[in-house]
Write a new protein. Structure first.
Length: 247
């Protein structure tokens, strides 16, 4: 990993990260990205406009290969981490913490990416079952809101169901919802319950793995297996086909 700080230009740094006020990240594949303008827009909504020349100076630092760069604002300083990206997950397995365990919501600023990274890591460390990829964050009723690293959506027939609750405004969820609307499909807000996931397809979404259908949810000693979506492969091809030369 290479780490930089912005001082009118990118300067290599080797100091540990402090608290992150705002952050954003995306998969950068051999100089191409999907929805990069949407990531910049989400970041600047909370961090303010990027300095002139920031993006033009950043892109040459993102060379060939599969990368997962992150920009962040920390104590008034703009940071860039150039990190390797893991292979995309074709499927995702989740841990669900039963409400009886009274797992508190770790988020303090759920609509902002960055400030809760430490709390989310601690949540995963405490609750995540071995062999699963991520941990669900649920509200007090047990309805799923998101995971510690991505968004969740379900399909009920031709309706795309997005969680009814406070969650990070996911770029990938936005892309999926916009495509659904363009195809004439209904997008509705509804509680994502375990009962719904047992009967309807459930997708994990983020900009690192794209569309990754949930194959299992482990709830205590039980395992919920959401059914597959008949067009999941086509939707995945559509998302991966959205990568364009970053500029």
């Amino acid at each position: 990993m290479r780490k930089f700080a912005w001082h009118g230009r990118f300067v290599p740094r080797d100091v540990p990260d402090g608290p992150l006020d705002v952050a954003d990240s995306w998969r950068h594949s051999s100089g191409r990205a999907n929805g990069l303008d949407l990531h910049f827009a989400r970041f600047t909504r909370n961090a303010g406009p990027l300095p002139e020349g920031f993006v033009d100076a950043m892109l040459p630092l993102l060379g060939a290969g599969e990368l997962f760069p992150r920009i962040a604002l920390s104590q008034g300083l703009l940071l860039l981490d150039v990190r390797p990206a893991p292979p995309p997950r074709p499927f995702t397995t989740l841990t669900f913490v039963e409400p009886s365990l009274a797992a508190p919501d770790p988020r303090t600023q759920p609509a902002v990416k960055g400030p809760d990274f430490g709390a989310l890591r601690a949540y995963r460390s405490r609750y995540q079952r071995e062999g699963t990829d991520d941990t669900v964050i649920a509200d007090r009723t047990g309805a799923m809101l998101e995971t510690t690293t991505g968004a969740l959506v379900a399909w009920d027939g031709d309706a795309l169901v997005v969680p009814d609750g406070v969650r990070l405004p996911s770029v990938t969820m936005h892309q999926v919802a916009e495509r659904a609307r363009s195809l004439g499909l209904v997008v509705e807000r509804r509680a994502l319950t375990l009962e719904l996931a047992a009967e309807r397809p459930l997708w994990f979404l983020n900009s690192l793995h794209g569309i990754s259908p949930v194959s299992e949810i482990r709830v205590g000693h039980d395992v919920i297996t959401p059914p597959s979506h008949p067009a999941a492969d086509e939707w995945q091809r559509w998302w991966w086909g959205g990568f364009r030369a970053a500029e």
